[in-house]
Design a protein around this ligand. Structure first.
Ligand code: UDP
Length: 310
């Protein structure tokens, strides 16, 4: 359990960031949030005792001392990051660089939230951390994939050059309450469509796979990683892989929906399979997810019901 630490969370007003903030505040830490509110929302933080600084980490960051920095700032939904590609690149590259300078100056530990997207459209399954990936450097997803990769490189070089204490989490698809209903990602889209009995939009033939991790499991993994002394990437995700079609069927059943399925074009460079190998996290962090998809989706559906029908 953490107590009385001074912690900076970039992107603390976002989906994962606000859950992390809540947990760390409840455990008695002094949390400061840095967010530009491009996708983050103040309401995600209501009733939490935190200091909020509105700033863009790729421009200028306040010169303040922290024990730990959790760097979560970045657009993460393909629809959003493709709308703001340059901002996405700069946040993960220049923004990460600025935070590393801060960490170096004050000897802060710093955790970078990288992504399963560093594996691109993977040719190995499930994906282990040793796999270097199959990434298109010039495609529509590259602004995210490649900037997460350069973020990881910066982290490793600040460690090698200056001994900065770094952690790298490769987060796989995460879902749960506080996800932005309109961010275009599959879980909010399907739940919203199912609850409104509108057509459920399946991109491609729906045979592509993803592995969905419930938010509280992801948060536990991030905190355990920060508390470890492991330098290098660690996959944080749920190894239960399902097809998008199966996800649609589950959500339809869970919501007793009358929605039909409509098949739309698969977005460009959409990865065909994605599933984490979490052996490293199990061994080093003694972590693995413990909320199954059924239970997690039920919690998510209840939360989305509140948002849609209130
Ligand atoms: N997807 C879909 N219908 C939607 C939204 C997404 O079939 O309404 C698919 C998308 O093409 C991808 C998967 O669901 O194959 C996950 O998409 P998401 O945007 O949630 O995250 P990604 O893992 O691609 O970053």
């Amino acid at each position: 359990m953490k107590r009385n630490k001074k912690i900076l969370i970039t992107g603390g007003a976002g989906f994962i960031g606000s859950h992390l903030t809540e947990r760390l505040v409840k455990e008695g830490n002094e949390v400061t949030i840095l967010d530009n509110f491009l996708s983050g929302k103040k309401e995600n933080l209501k009733e939490l005792k935190v200091k909020i600084i509105k700033a863009d980490i790729s421009q200028k960051i306040p010169f303040l001392e922290f024990d730990e920095i959790y760097h979560l700032a970045s657009l993460a939904s393909p629809v959003f990051y493709q709308k703001y590609p340059i901002e996405t690149i700069l946040t993960n590259s220049l923004g990460t660089y600025n935070l590393l300078l801060l960490a170096k100056e004050f000897n802060s530990k710093i955790l970078f939230t990288s992504s399963s997207e560093v594996y691109g459209n993977p040719l190995q399954h499930p994906q282990k951390e040793e796999y270097w990936g199959n990434v298109n450097p010039i495609g529509v997803r590259s602004c995210y994939d490649e900037s997460k990769r350069i973020g990881e490189t910066l982290m490793m070089d600040f460690h090698r050059e200056y001994g900065v204490e770094i952690r790298i989490a490769r987060i796989f698809n995460t879902y749960g309450p506080k996800m932005n209903l309109n961010d275009g990602r599959v879980v909010p889209n399907f739940i919203k469509q199912a609850l409104k009995n509108e057509p459920i939009t399946i991109y491609g033939d729906g045979k592509q796979t993803r592995s969905f991790c419930y938010i509280s499991d992801t948060i536990e993994g991030l905190i355990k990683l920060m508390d470890s002394d492991y330098v290098g990437p660690v996959n944080i995700g749920n190894p239960k892989e399902i097809t998008i079609l199966e996800l649609a069927e589950r959500i339809k059943k869970l919501t007793n929906s009358k929605s039909e399925f409509v098949f739309k074009e698969l977005p460009k460079d959409d990865p065909i399979r994605r599933c984490p190998n979490i052996t490293r996290a199990k061994e080093i962090l003694k972590w693995e997810p413990n909320i199954g998809l059924e239970e997690g989706l039920e919690k998510a559906v209840n939360w989305f019901k509140g948002v849609i029908f209130s």
